[in-house]
Design a protein around this ligand. Structure first.
Ligand code: AMP
Ligand code: MG
Length: 404
């Protein structure tokens, strides 16, 4: 076994190095139909108030509060989309339906059930308050108010809000274009019959999903053999129209591990090994033209954990997300987690509510080949290096992957 020339970098330091070198990719204008999951690149302020007009919150009669207790002549009707064009003077009223514009002159709405009489004349109760039962202009949103701050991910409510404000397009961060490559002579396409010693390329599909979840547009390069030239050709041509390269496999110190030398020939390798378990051989390089490359280890769990720790935050920074990392929640350890002497370990856990606590249970063997340790996991618990570990009953901040 050769000894790696790369220093072992502290995992948190390596994550900071990656982020420091990651830049925002720029802005594009996107129609609301394509905005789900995108990140608002500039603060969105309301171009107009909501509602624009005073609109009734109920079905009833539009009146002047000063006419409380009186019998009023019914002049007409204001329905949603069909406003009453006249004016409510003293002694008059108009029928109004939910969403109908409050006619000029009226200052409150009386609900049908509080009205006596019908037809051309109705009697309204005493003690009416101006402003009741309708939404005043700007009651929901004031013109000029900040509605969606830069860095927010767009979901259903934000998209609806933009549409309500008559904004058909939003300025969002461009998605990173990522070329994804699996390396290894042992790999075959999923669905093919494996020969002896062959395994399916599972990392490609795991990383494709992880990349998409992180907002990337992915170009699948397939499988590269453990030979320098085909690998180099694939990578060089793929990088022409990609912002980033993500590879799996071929970064450890075995003789068939060709990714590091390739990245060195194409740019600068800043990180070649990290104090992380799983994921020690994680490699990060900057390439010509402002592109970046992430060389993830081949073991399936190592590739996904290093994706979580290093790649996902970088992809989010490229898109302008305000929040780069997963949210954390305080959880109670439901088991003793062993530490690794020199490396930060990310222990995969499930979470269960017990009283007011979230309690973490291990997903079992944490072998870097065992995807079952990550499948169904709710969170990652960071176990600091050393000999202490985390004992059952202690409280830690867990990185939440999914609670669904
Ligand atoms: P490597 O990092 O290339 O030394 O690979 C480490 C381990 O991960 C080996 O057991 C590989 O067979 C496995 N491996 C590498 N690439 C993949 C892949 N794309 N899908 C599934 N397993 C892989
Ligand atoms: Mg390999």
């Amino acid at each position: 076994m050769r000894v790696s020339a790369y220093p072992l970098v502290d995992a948190e330091v390596a994550a900071a190095v990656v982020l420091e070198r990651t830049s925002f990719l720029g802005v594009e204008s996107v129609h609301l139909s394509e905005c789900l999951g995108r990140v608002v690149a500039e603060d969105v302020r309301a171009p107009s108030s909501l509602p624009v007009d005073p609109v009734s919150a109920v079905d009833g009669f539009a009146v002047r509060a000063a006419d409380a207790g009186k019998t009023l002549r019914v002049l007409g009707e204001s329905a949603a989309g069909r406003p009453y064009s006249g004016r409510i003077e003293a002694g008059t009223t108009a029928r109004i339906l939910t969403g109908g514009v409050l006619p000029a002159g009226a200052d409150c709405v009386v609900m049908f059930e509080d009205i006596k009489g019908d037809g051309d004349a109705v009697t309204v109760p005493a003690g009416l308050r101006p402003g009741s039962n309708f939404h005043a202009p700007g009651a929901d949103v004031r013109e000029g108010e900040m509605v969606i701050p830069a860095g927010t991910q767009l979901g259903a409510a934000e998209i609806g809000l933009a549409a309500a404000l008559n904004l058909a397009h939003l300025r969002v961060g461009r998605r990173p274009r990522v070329a994804l490559l699996s390396t290894g002579d042992e790999l075959i396409e999923v669905g093919k019959a494996p020969g002896r010693g062959q395994i399916t390329d599972s990392n490609r599909w795991a990383l494709l999903a992880a990349l998409r979840e992180a907002g990337a547009e992915v170009k699948l390069l397939g499988i590269a053999p453990d030979e320098p030239e085909p690998l180099r050709e694939l990578v060089v041509s793929a990088l022409e129209d990609a912002d980033a390269l993500v590879t799996s496999g071929g970064v450890s110190v075995g003789t068939h591990d060709l990714v590091k030398p390739l990245l060195e020939s194409l740019g600068t390798v800043h990180i070649g090994r990290v104090k992380l378990k799983p994921g020690k051989p994680f490699t990060y390089a900057t390439l010509d033209g402002g592109k970046v490359a992430f060389g993830l280890p081949g073991f399936p769990v190592s590739s996904l954990v290093t994706f979580e720790v290093f790649v996902r935050p970088a992809l989010r920074k490229m898109q302008g997300f305000a929040q780069l990392r997963r949210p954390t929640l305080r959880v109670r350890m439901g088991f003793d987690a062993q530490a690794t002497a020199e490396r930060t370990e990310y222990h995969r856990v499930t979470l269960k509510k017990e009283g007011s606590d979230l309690v973490a249970s291990s997903t079992g063997s944490q072998s870097s080949s065992r995807l079952m340790s990550l499948a169904g996991a709710h969170a990652l618990v960071r176990v600091p290096p050393g000999d202490q570990g985390l004992s059952a009953g202690s409280y830690v901040e867990a990185l939440i992957l999914s609670l669904a």
